[in-house]
Every structure is written in structure tokens, then in C-alpha cells.
Design a protein around this ligand. Sequence first.
Ligand code: NAD
Ligand code: MG
Length: 384
Amino acid sequence: MTRSISILGATGSIGDSTLDLIRGERGKWRVVALTANCAAKKLAELAREFGAEVAVVGDESSLEELREYLSGTGIEAAGGAQALCEAASRPADITVAAIVGCAGLAPTMAAIEQGNTVALANKEALVSAGEVMTAKVAQHGTTLLPVDSEHNAIFQCLQGNAVEDVRWITLTASGGPLRTKSYAELDATTPAQAVAHPNWDMGAKISVDSATMMNKGLEFIEAHHLFPVGLDRLRIVVHPQSVIHSMVEYRDGSTLAQLGPSDMRVPIASALAHPARMDTNCKPLDLTEIGELSFFAPDEERFPATRLAREAAHAGGAAPAVLNAANEVAVAAFLAGQVKFTQISAITARTLDNYAPDAPQTLDAVLAVDAEARTRAMHMLEPA
Ligand code: NAD
Ligand code: MG
């Protein structure tokens, strides 16, 4: 029996890993939609290889190029924000939401409205939309499967257990490439140093988020929406080896953990095959080779991002959307060489301090908060 799949953000790191798994089981899958932002050539090659029904570029100016690469194939080509949502709303048994940033929110919501299964990698969408997204999931009876390795681990550790019995959910954090750096060294960090993650090979934005620890901050908020145990039962532990992907402690004192190699194909495979299992050709975990696992409390003096995210989570309403938007702007500015590494969290904090709109109740309201927070964060990039 074949299953149909769409991949939003097919040309990125998560897209690559997902398609690698599909490549290993070609006969089992029918590819509906593949999307990208502007990587028309790569998208067209993937659409041809997998016989996709439709290929979509978010950036309309890349559509002409996409059309040329796909001419004569019978694969539909489309471009623009609306086309992304249209493609996401085409029936598919499973949609992998792997666009980076709040840019993925509207297409992810369109996929949720189908009422099938959405495998969520695009954490920024859930952080920004929060209850608006979880309400949509409930309304359409959609199955939301977490792809983020920590949340996938927690999801697995919760199977067969009751949320009421959870004492703690512990998100593990590698601490990123700058974990042991002094504040002065952090201040002088270049984009190349920040994206050089010791354990994971990921897109640039999430790599910077890992270096600032905002990735864990966003994941804290993501966990709060996916696993309603209450904010006070969520905590973060730094675990540099990234072997334990997260843990759940129950009220009887038992802690369940999920372990695996630092390879996103493992959590993606768990979502694709859920509730069954599928083969991956990932390097098996060799604990004797790893030798030791270590754990530390996060240092929120050098890495204030987890504190900012926790405060935004407690404030609720629009705060997480403001946090996320400001962080996206600041990370892009850092990658463009416009601001220093330590300014990323400072800009995010200042945006949160001067913009506190009412809680958004609809997708459009979330997008409006996101847009306004971006404008405000952008102003902070200008020299005083
Ligand atoms: P990436 O930068 O490698 O890929 C992003 C994808 O989104 C690309 O296909 C790109 O074309 C598309 N895209 C970017 N901007 C767009 C826009 N404005 N409109 C439409 N499409 C756009 O990113 P990634 O590392 O694959 O991460 C994707 C998402 O998954 C992020 O939300 C990230 O936090 C999450 N995630 C990634 C990893 C990982 O290991 N890479 C792990 C956990 C979670
Ligand atoms: Mg993660």
C-alpha cells in the first residue's frame, strides 16, 4: 500500500533527511508537493527524481526558473505565498512541515486543515501561533507528530503513559558550539563559528539558535504546546554528547529516556512510520565508543535566551510570537554581519520589552504580531 507525502521545505536539511528515507522505500510513497523558497534548480531535480505532483517556490521571482527546469515533465510548477498554502492543502497522508521560521506558519496551518497527519519540524510556527495552532489541530482531528529530536523523544517516552503521571519533562540541550566560551569570546563570535555545531548538521538559522540556546528556548515553548504537563514541569539540562534526546520522569520515580545517534533521520523515521517502525541506515549508537555522558545546568548569564523564552512562555498570549519574530530578525542580521552574537538575545529582549500586544486569536492576528515585531526589531539594528 502506498502512502502520499508532501514536504514543505524540501530543499533544506530536514527536507534532505526526509527524502533520503523516502528514497530507501521508493515503492511505498507517492510524493504530492515539494516546496522551497528560491532553490529552483534543486527543487526541480527533487521533483523529477520523486515524480512529485507539484513543485512550489515561495519566492515568486524564482518561478520562471522552476518552470524552465520542469518543462516537459508534466509536474506542475507554482510560486508565491498563496501557492505554498494551496500545495500544503492538497490531500496527503502525511505532510512534513520543514520550512524554517514563521514563513512556514500559514502553509503548516493549511496542512493541518486537511485533518491528516502533520510531522512538525517547523518549531517557529508552533511557538508563534501556540494555541491558535493547537486549536486548529483539535478542530480538524489532525495528528501532529513531533520531528524535533527532543519532542520526538518525549513523544516516544510518553507512549502508554498518562500525562497526569508525569513529574518532569527534561529537554536535553547540547549547549552548542560555544558552550564553554567566556562572554568576551561570545561577543567576538563570527557567523562561521556559530554555525559550526559539534553534533548536528543543520540549516544556518537553527545552528545559530543552538549557539545562543534560543533553540532550546523555542523548544521549551514547543514542548509546552505539545505536552500539556504545565510549564513548571518542563526543564532544560545541558548534555553535550546529544545521546539522550530528552527524558520523562514519572511520579513513581521512573525516568524514561530516548537515545539515538545525532541524525535527524531517526526522529523523522519515527514520525513517518508511526505507530510502526521503519529501517534507517543511520550509524548505530555505540555507547562504549561514546564512553561517558555528562549533564550540566544551563548558564543563563552567558546564554540568556532560555530565560527570555521561559518568561515569554509564562507571559503567554503574543509574547512567544514577539520573541520568535525578534529572534529571526536578529539571527538574520547576525548572519549578515550586521550585529554581534551577543546582540541577538539583547535585541530579542528589547523587542519583548517594548511590544506587548493582545493575545492573537486567529492566524492573521499572529501574522500581524509577527510583522510588527519584525519591524520593531529591525529598527533596533540601526545604529543609535
Ligand atoms: P534549512 O534552512 O536547511 O531549510 C529550510 C527550508 O525552508 C528550505 O527548503 C527553504 O527553501 C525553505 N524556506 C526558507 N525560507 C522560506 C520562505 N520564506 N518561504 C518558503 N520556504 C522557505 O532549515 P532546516 O535546518 O531544515 O530547518 C527547518 C525547520 O526544522 C526549522 O524550523 C528548524 O528549527 C527545524 N528543525 C531542524 C532540525 C535540523 O536538524 N535541521 C532539527 C530540528 C528542527
Ligand atoms: Mg531539537
